[in-house]
Design a protein around this ligand. Sequence first.
Ligand code: ADP
Ligand code: MG
Length: 429
Amino acid sequence: MSFKSLGLSEPILKAIQKKGYETPSPIQAKAIPPVLEGKDVLASAQTGTGKTAGFTLPLLHNLSTSGSEQRHRPIRALVLTPTRELAAQVHANVKEYSEFLNIRSTVIFGGVNQKPQVNKLSQGIDVLVATPGRLLDLESQGLLSLKHVEIFVLDEADRMLDMGFLRDIERVMKLIPKKRQNLMFSATFSKDIKKLAYSILNNPVQVEATPENTAVEVIEQKVYRVAKGKKTGLIIKLISEGDWKQVLVFTRTKHGANNLCKKMISAGITAAAIHGNKSQGARTKALAGFKNGSIRVLVATDIAARGLDIPLLPHVINFELPNISEDYVHRIGRTGRAGASGQAISLVSADETTFLRDIQKLIGMKIEVEIVEGFEPDPNASTEPIKPGQNRNQGRGRGSNSRNSGKPKSSSSDRNKSKSRSRSNDSRR
Ligand code: ADP
Ligand code: MG
């Protein structure tokens, strides 16, 4: 499967190539064809599976090939996203993918002066990415018109609902023409999403990429309870004694990744670290060494590992648990697959107790716990959780953990939903 075979135009293929994508992700392969055909599409796939390009690429194709003759460019495509970070991120993608097209785009969101946004809009914009509040605000001031929208996209629809944007969405719908193409993308596929889809979409094609969490059941998962200060000793012991060859280790911070990497090397284990502060060249080199076996241990942060083409591995170790449970599923998804054996190990100190509890809730199972002699947990250590963003010179923009605590509890049967709590503010890409 290639992007070309999906029927995207040359200028778009060129932008994709420049971006470095080689093949469409599963959700892209499923969603792009019906969008190109002009159909309404409801697409759901886990976070991080490339949904943005799934609607942006065919949207740009449709706009650029149907060419509006109007001299004054009206807004022809409207993409609604729940947060300003997501809006900015989606717009950045739109810009990259439309680099070789005669398409103009901009982004509007609240919390900042509207003037520059209004100026931009007045120049004529084909694609507008917006958060609902600012959009409605500017529209009511007569500063933009949605009367010529041909394609309407609701991105991160589940998150929109979670954030209480239903009314706003309905108000926006009244401002755009009845005859249009509607696209709805969501990480989860809940009852509420289906209901919303029913009210917005017209005879939609429904596509879904298999959630990765089915993999969770076939991966052997283990937790080692250990004192924080003894983690390095324990991980070196496990890797050496187990004679593990290809081990992917996750740390929470870049600093932690560097540190651990150095200690591995001193212990005679070939290792390399990849994270956001490493140059692309250094990352490529580390990854190549890891793949060809000259590097035994790759130490990575979530940010760096995401989007990296790392093969399925026999061993994944969480040197620290992620504070976002969903990352756990992503991390351990790097190992095992039906049939193949894979082991996911987590070193858990007292201050990660809450994270472990959240993870177990998300995956719907208890993970087996072990303690290694000489590496016992510290009975006096505080169970006060590590603050997200702590030790991070550059946060992942996930904001505070209030999202974890401030959200209504979802029932265990609705675990996809809790997964979606999300990367709304995710600036890491
Ligand atoms: P989602 O909206 O599903 O959470 P995104 O659209 O934000 O996911 O994409 C997640 C990451 O994957 C981004 O860094 C994006 O650049 C990258 N990506 C998207 N499509 C591809 C592809 N076909 N090949 C490689 N990387 C991709
Ligand atoms: Mg998305």
